[in-house]
Write a protein that binds this ligand. Sequence first.
Ligand code: CTP
Ligand code: MG
Length: 234
Amino acid sequence: MKEEKALHIAIVLAAGKGRRMNREIPKQYLLLNGKPLVCHCLEALEASRRIDQILLVVGAGETEYVKRELVEAYSYQKVAAILEGGAERYDSVSHALEYLDGRIPETSYVYIHDGARPYLEEDLLERLYQMVCREGACIAAVPVKDTIKQVDEEGTIQETPERSRLWMAQTPQAFSYPLIRDAYRKLLAEGRTEGLTDDAQVLERTGGQAVRVVEGSYRNQKITTPEDLPLEKK
Ligand code: CTP
Ligand code: MG
């Protein structure tokens, strides 16, 4: 019997409140070069030869707005669904993974990406594609440039981890679909979600699957606080 073809699905997270950005509208809708922030990564994914479909996860009550003002206005063809996220990033990811259950072949892969990272490039998607097909789990990351200090509550240095082994985690983070779905299910069922800020950590906590780093890019920054967003040119 012919196997159903594996799909490569991007899950774009845009359901956060952007509290650290301190603006009235969530940061994913702020304009960067005349376009809403989240549209920049959607364009890269739309143009990618490796990505088959996009699942967009947005805030409660934002689905209609996003459909009309972003997906239809910019004619994105790969956006297969727009879902509502949850209170925490991991809730938003979990919603997307559960939505995909039964809708895609179990041999598929997901590329989980922060909608607040506009500088996504095709060569990074290609590196992730190559690695995830081979290893089943990988994330974009870059070596830290500064020396990192571990400090206690008073701000006193406890230790200096060896810099050559420290990498800054980015997104996309790419996984075999059933692998990451089942790991998320387990962690959420056990309530072991404290301090969870990325997807690789879910596999680190559930164990049993190595996660590789793939060379990201220093440009692929997350827009988090006001100084991260270049001012609009007048
Ligand atoms: N995100 C999400 N659902 C949440 C929280 C975050 O989809 N409940 C998304 C954000 O929209 C963002 C990405 O996850 O694209 C990374 O999160 P972060 O940079 O922390 O964004 P916010 O949570 O929106 O910002 P803040 O933590 O400052 O409130
Ligand atoms: Mg956040």
